[in-house]
Design a protein around this ligand. Structure first.
Ligand code: FDA
Length: 302
C-alpha cells in the first residue's frame, strides 16, 4: 500500500531525489557516458543496445532534433568500435503527431545503421501505438530486411496473434527479429493480462511460437522463472545460438545476468542515456515501487 502510494506520486518528486535512484539505470546524460558504459559492458563480453532517452514529444521540431542526435550517435558508436546496436521509441519522432513524418525520420536512422551493417530495434510503447508500430516495422522491414526489429509485450492479449500475422513477412533468409518483454505500461484489463502468472505463461507461449518458427528473439527479462523456461525451450527446439539472445536493462540484476553469460548464452544490455532521463526513471520506479520506498528511507535514515 505504502509502496503503491509512493509510486503514484513519483512523477512529482524533485528531480534531484529521483536521480539518486536513477543513476544506477542510466549511463549518464552525454554520449561520452554511453560510450564509457558500453565499453565496460563489451569488456565483460556483453553486447549493448543504446537508447537516447526521450518520448512523447509535443512539437515536430523535437523530432528533427532527435533524429539528428541518433544519426550522430550511430556515426560515433561506429568509430568507437562498440559491439552494439540501437533502440528507439517512435513517439520521440512524432508518431502521435504525424505518422508519416515519424516514419521518414526513423527510415533515415535505419538507413544510416544499415549503411554500417547495423540494426535498429523499435521499442514498443503503450497500446495506442501498437498498430502504428507494427505497421512501421512492416514498412521498414520491406526496405531493410536485416536491419530492423520490433518489440512485443507478453502482457497484451493480442500479442500471439500479432506474431502469427507477421509470419507473412518472415523467411529463413530474412527472419523476423523481435525483442519479447513483459510490457511496462499500465494498460486496461480488457486488453492486457494483469496477473504475474498469466503474464509469465503468455511470455513463454509467445517465446515458444517464435523459437519453433525460426524467428530471432531477444529474450528481455530479469525474471528467473522465465529465464529457466527459456532455457527449456531452447533445448527442446535445439535453437542455435545465432537465433536468440538474452537482454536485460542496465543496472538490473547483474548477478543473474552473469549466470546467463556463464552458461554461454549471448547477452545484450539496454543502455539508456540522455538529458530526458526523468520520464524513463519514474517508469522504472513505478515498476518497482519497493525501490522508491528505499529511496525515501535512505533520505530520512541517514
Ligand atoms: P518482473 O517485473 O517480474 O521482474 C522480475 C525480477 O527482476 C524482479 O523480482 C526483480 O528482482 C527484478 N527487477 C525487475 N525490474 C527491476 C528494476 N527496475 N529494478 C530492480 N530489479 C528489477 N517494455 C515495453 O513495454 N517496451 C519495450 O520496448 C521494452 N524494452 C525493454 C528492453 C529490455 C532489454 C528489457 C529487459 C525490458 C524492456 N521493457 C520494455 C520492460 C519490460 O517490459 C518489463 O517491464 C521489465 O523488463 C520488467 O519485467 P521482468 O521481465 O524483468 O519481470
Amino acid at each position: 500500500m505504502f509502496n503503491k502510494m509512493i509510486a503514484g506520486i513519483l512523477p512529482y518528486f524533485p528531480k534531484k531525489l529521483v536521480w539518486i535512484f536513477s543513476k544506477r539505470y542510466i549511463a549518464g546524460e552525454t554520449i561520452e557516458d554511453a560510450i564509457r558504459v558500453s565499453k565496460e559492458l563489451n569488456a565483460q563480453g556483453i553486447k549493448v543496445t543504446i537508447d537516447i532517452l526521450g518520448e512523447f514529444i509535443k512539437d515536430l521540431s523535437e523530432a528533427e532534433r532527435n533524429k539528428v542526435e541518433y544519426l550522430e550517435l550511430i556515426d560515433t558508436i561506429q568509430k568507437e568500435n562498440i559491439d552494439g546496436n540501437y533502440s528507439l521509441k517512435p513517439t520521440s519522432f512524432g508518431l502521435l503527431i504525424d505518422k508519416e513524418v515519424s516514419y521518414n525520420h526513423i527510415r533515415e536512422i535505419v538507413a544510416k545503421a544499415a549503411s554500417y551493417g547495423n540494426f535498429i530495434r523499435v521499442d514498443m510503447e503503450d497500446s495506442p501505438c501498437t498498430d502504428m508500430e507494427i505497421e512501421l516495422f512492416r514498412r521498414l522491414k520491406a526496405e531493410f530486411p536485416d536491419n530492423v526489429g520490433l518489440v512485443f509485450q507478453a502482457y497484451l492479449k493480442r500479442t500471439l496473434s500479432d506474431l502469427q500475422n507477421l509470419m507473412d513477412i518472415h523467411s529463413d533468409e530474412h527472419p523476423n527479429n523481435y525483442r519479447l518483454c513483459k510490457g511496462i505500461y499500465v494498460e486496461p484489463a480488457e486488453i492486457a493480462y494483469k496477473k504475474y502468472e498469466e503474464i509469465n505463461q503468455h511470455f513463454l507461449e509467445d517465446l515458444e511460437f517464435l523459437l519453433k518458427n525460426g524467428n530471432y528473439v531477444g529474450i528481455a527479462t530479469h525474471d528467473k522463472p522465465i529465464i529457466e523456461g527459456a532455457y527449456k525451450l531452447i533445448e527442446k527446439y535445439n535453437v542455435p545460438k545465432d537465433k536468440y539472445e538474452f537482454q536485460m536493462l542496465y543496472g538490473v540484476t547483474p548477478e543473474l545476468r552473469k549466470s546467463i553469460i556463464e552458461k554461454g548464452h549471448t547477452m545484450r544490455v539496454y543502455v539508456p542515456f540522455g538529458k530526458e532521463w526523468f520520464g524513463y526513471s519514474t517508469r522504472r520506479l513505478k515498476e518497482n515501487p519497493k525501490m522508491a520506498s528505499h529511496i525515501i528511507k535512505a533520505l530520512f535514515y541517514r
